[in-house]
Design a protein around this ligand. Structure first.
Ligand code: ZN
Length: 328
């Protein structure tokens, strides 16, 4: 089949990214002992907003054994939040942390107000055919995006708007505002596509995929024009085997870990430019060794090599190095 070889090669890339993310995290943890020497950046942490779907009076889909979507996705979200909070330089927001109903627009607005770098809505799927199975990742459709931008513009023609205020134009210029919102939205959708792509390849190794490519829809929670957003359908609660797995705390741990690894792999590859994960550039000086550079930034030599795809040995003077910086 056409996409199977493509999935294999992209899975290889994904595993390489994961290896990079995991190795960097491991070495960063090892470097914690020498944090006194770490160059602490002033940049902000990466903000991830998690949105466990449904809640309160809205159970979401219910499996044959009575498993409620709202309960399993809350647990996955809480475990994922724990993993992310242990990751240096990451701040976690949650639209809900208990069995409460939160309106869809409020969920979306939390991501915008707190300027999240990534918004992930977590769900479990359902379908009348009990054999249907696998994970799906959704991003906003182009039509949904243009509707969302138009709606946003209609409401926010002033500099107090959370998106427009970022640009500090202070101007009541509808045309300029439209350009700024469209630019912001294009950047957010590109980032969402990149993150969703890493997420789908990560989930492929856990539950298998229902759809091998990112799907697009006009879901309310995905409509923030300035927040890269995705919706993850973890598995089909309407499939008896997948319902059984969703009931298993071990499986929910595995799901959350794989989502965490995908988020880390995405941000290692494409950190927001003003975040503490953004890489500094370092040009190797005369006779400067990788060990010296690594020590200067509080990293191990291995982390430096991984971030730059370097083999063993020293690099020549003038080599441009990508130096991941963390520590907020
Ligand atoms: Zn749902």
């Amino acid at each position: 089949m056409r996409y199977s070889s493509c999935v294999c090669s992209s899975r290889r890339q994904f595993l390489q990214q994961l290896a990079l993310g995991g190795a960097l995290l491991g070495t960063w943890k090892m470097a914690e002992a020498s944090r006194a020497a770490l160059v602490l950046p002033r940049e902000r942490p990466i903000v991830v907003c998690l949105d466990p779907g449904h809640g309160g009076h809205d159970p979401g889909a219910v499996g044959l054994r009575g498993t409620r979507e709202k309960d399993v996705v809350l647990d996955v979200g809480l475990i994922l939040a724990q993993h992310l909070r242990r990751t240096p330089g990451v701040q976690v927001l949650m639209t809900r942390q208990s069995d409460q109903y939160v309106p869809l627009l409020s969920r979306m607005h939390l991501g915008t107000q707190r300027r999240a770098d990534l918004f992930i809505s977590i769900h479990a799927d359902a379908f009348p055919d009990p054999d249907v199975r696998g994970s799906t990742v959704w991003a906003l459709s182009a039509k949904g995006a243009s509707n969302a931008a138009a709606r946003w513009l209609a409401k926010s023609q002033n500099s107090a708007d959370p998106i427009l205020s970022k640009w500090s134009t202070g101007r009541q210029d509808p045309l300029l505002n439209e350009v700024l919102i469209n630019m912001t939205q294009t950047a957010a959708m590109n980032a969402a596509a990149a993150a969703a792509d890493v997420m789908i390849r990560g989930l492929a190794g856990v539950e298998g995929l229902h759809n091998a490519a990112v799907q697009h829809a006009n879901f309310v929670v995905l409509r923030a024009p300035d927040v890269p957003s995705m919706l993850v359908e973890t598995a089909f609660i309407s499939n008896p085997q997948e319902e059984q797995r969703l009931r298993d705390p071990e499986f929910r741990q595995t799901l959350a870990r794989s989502m965490h690894d995908a988020i880390v792999a995405h941000f290692v590859k494409a950190p927001p430019t003003d975040s503490c994960w953004s890489a500094a550039n370092h040009v190797l000086g005369h006779h400067e060794t990788l060990k010296e550079v690594a020590r200067r930034y509080g990293l191990s030599v291995q982390a430096l090599r991984l971030a730059n795809n370097l083999a063993q040995g020293e690099e020549p003077t003038g080599t441009h190095l990508r130096v991941p910086i963390m520590g907020a």
